[in-house]
Design a protein around this ligand. Structure first.
Ligand SMILES: Nc1ncnc2c1ncn2[C@@H]1O[C@H](COP(=O)(O)OP(=O)(O)OP(=O)(O)O)[C@@H](O)[C@H]1O
Ligand SMILES: O=C(O)[C@H](O)CO
Length: 506
């Protein structure tokens, strides 16, 4: 198998492990007939009367199908908001287990085309809101939450219009706001986000099962925390709007809502009826990829599950890591050249502030690896892209193209192939199967990409400067380097795999 096939198979197995059905079945059970109890990760919740289900997010269809199977007749009614086209896409992909059965008690509403709130998602949200409002103290509400939930549960506080909120979030995203910042703003302007759904469902017991797509798994940020106490205030929102220079041209309606927002977050006591439980994350997916890589004969290391920061800086980080491995394969793991690369990497890591990353320790582990076995470096997280151009792309394709360009430049300055001649493949992909508003999940690259593209008349750098990575990869070698999986029905952020093996020296 080629490195590329290995990378693809690692990506696929990482995604398979966080598919909704196996994950939900591992996490939840219904126990006892007379007085049934819902058991979630060791916690018991008595089902006193009726059991309801709501959900929103890219992975929620499969989560709901698995939940309905577990809950059986105890489930009275459910409503879920899921991405537009997901049922057809999963059907086409033969992923029947992610679809609801024909006489399901769960109503499915599809919306949020291209991960943006729309009137369909608004309609679904109104139905969820009505269901939550009608619950009593003896009811239990199971809430299924996954990434993409923010766009699928829009409820702008009047008089804010949906289009106004959409425009503002789009502007924040395009100026490089991180998901934390984006969702702090969304929470402030929404009825159901920031714990609003849990408050509406009171006095019913609320149990939320959450598939995390945010670094560090923060309950109040994932899908904008509709069932979690928010630790943020209107001042945090104002600070973010000021940071991105948006404070001075806000719509009147947004100004009105901001001026009436409570200055303190809601008290924790208001959430004593709620239990939020993370059932899946990027870590779970990367652990599986590592296991698979080892099975394929690689010395595999996980760099971090919290990769974040500007895409260009992360590309540099990966290029330098690749260089270090190649130097080590060439027997130059110790010496001035490697020391220089290590110094650059530590400097970069200090600037990037990737949560929990101990790069010095990682580099030591890397140094201990010999050239006998191929090396696999795995990482996960979510980079940010500051859009400058008008092209089509996503952060994974942009990252792959930048890494390709970086490896090419390094070769050009060294005047030869990487020392010791290494075969290298880099893959970056979104576990949801959709990278930005494109049909691809991500892309592969290698150090040869830039030269090969030039032979086809494609200038990688020009595409990058227009944020047009998707167009580049679609045209280059007939789209061979695009990672196309279709919607996967799950979502635990992005995954990167770097595979390197030593080749014969020339
Ligand atoms: N032309 C482009 N080139 C590079 N990145 C882009 C481009 N257009 C959009 N993006 C990036 O794509 C991201 C939005 O993609 P997507 O809708 O997949 O978001 P997401 O973060 O996966 O959504 P969620 O977090 O809700 O699951 C943003 O980070 C945005 O900067
Ligand atoms: O929906 C959202 O807000 C993002 O996917 C983060 O969870």
């Amino acid at each position: 198998m080629s490195l590329r096939e290995h990378a693809l198979s690692l990506f696929r197995s990482a995604v398979a492990t966080v598919r909704p059905a196996p994950m939900l079945k591992r996490a939840m059970k219904l126990q006892g007939d007379g007085c049934p109890q819902l058991l979630v990760k060791g916690q018991a919740f008595p089902v006193k009367r009726d059991l309801y289900l709501v959900g929103f997010g890219k992975a929620v269809l499969g989560m709901a199908a698995a939940a309905e199977e577990i809950l059986g007749d105890h489930l009275v009614q459910g409503i879920i908001n899921v991405p537009l086209g997901i049922q057809e896409s999963l059907q086409r992909a033969g992923m029947q287990e992610m679809l609801l059965k024909p006489h399901s008690k769960i109503q499915v509403i599809e919306g949020a085309k291209n991960n943006l709130p729309d009137p369909e998602a608004l309609k679904g949200t109104a139905a969820i809101q009505e269901l939550a409002e009608g619950l009593t103290a003896d009811d239990l509400l199971l809430v299924l939450i996954s990434g993409g939930g923010s766009a699928l549960l829009p409820a702008p506080i009047p008089p804010i219009l949906l289009e106004e909120k959409e425009k503002l979030t789009k502007m924040l995203a395009s100026r490089g706001a991180a998901i934390q910042e984006l969702n702090i703003v969304r929470k402030t302007l929404s009825l159901l986000k920031g714990g609003g759904l849990a408050r509406l469902a009171y006095p019913a017991r609320v149990v939320s099962l959450i598939l995390s797509d945010v670094i560090g798994d923060p309950l109040d940020i994932i899908a904008s925390g509709p069932t979690a106490a928010s630790s943020h205030s209107v001042q945090d929102c104002l600070r973010i709007l000021a940071k991105y220079n948006l404070l001075h041209n806000l719509p009147k309606s947004v100004e009105t809502v901001l001026s009436c927002s409570p200055t303190k977050p809601t008290a924790l006591e208001d959430y004593s009826h709620v239990c939020n439980i993370i059932i899946g994350s990027n870590t779970l997916a990367l652990d599986e990829a590592k296991r698979q890589a080892e099975g394929l004969g690689y010395a595999a290391l996980i760099l971090s599950t919290a990769i974040c920061g500007e895409v260009g800086h992360i590309a540099t980080l990966y290029c330098q890591l690749i260089r270090l491995v190649c130097l080590s394969f060439a027997g130059l793991g110790e010496g001035p050249l490697s020391d220089e690369v290590r110094g650059n990497l530590l400097q970069l890591a200090a600037e990037l502030e990737i949560p929990g990353l101990n790069l010095a320790e990682f580099l030591q582990a890397l140094q201990r690896l010999g050239p006998e076995r191929p090396v696999c470096i795995l990482a996960g997280g979510e980079t940010t892209v500051q859009l400058q151009g008008t092209g089509k792309g996503g952060r994974n394709q942009e990252l792959a193209l930048r890494v390709g360009l970086g490896l090419h430049r390094a070769q050009a300055t060294e005047g030869s192939s990487p020392p010791g001649r290494c075969e290298i493949i880099f893959l970056s992909g979104g576990t949801d199967g959709q990278d930005g508003p494109t049909e691809a999940a991500g892309a592969f690259c290698s150090p040869e990409l830039v030269d090969e593209a030039l032979q086809e008349g494609l200038d990688a750098e020009a595409f990058l400067s227009n944020n047009d990575s998707y167009t580049f990869f679609s045209q280059f070698q007939g789209g061979r380097h695009l990672l196309v999986t279709g919607l996967t029905g799950t979502n635990v952020m992005d995954i990167q795999a770097i595979l390197i093996r030593a080749t014969e020296r020339s």
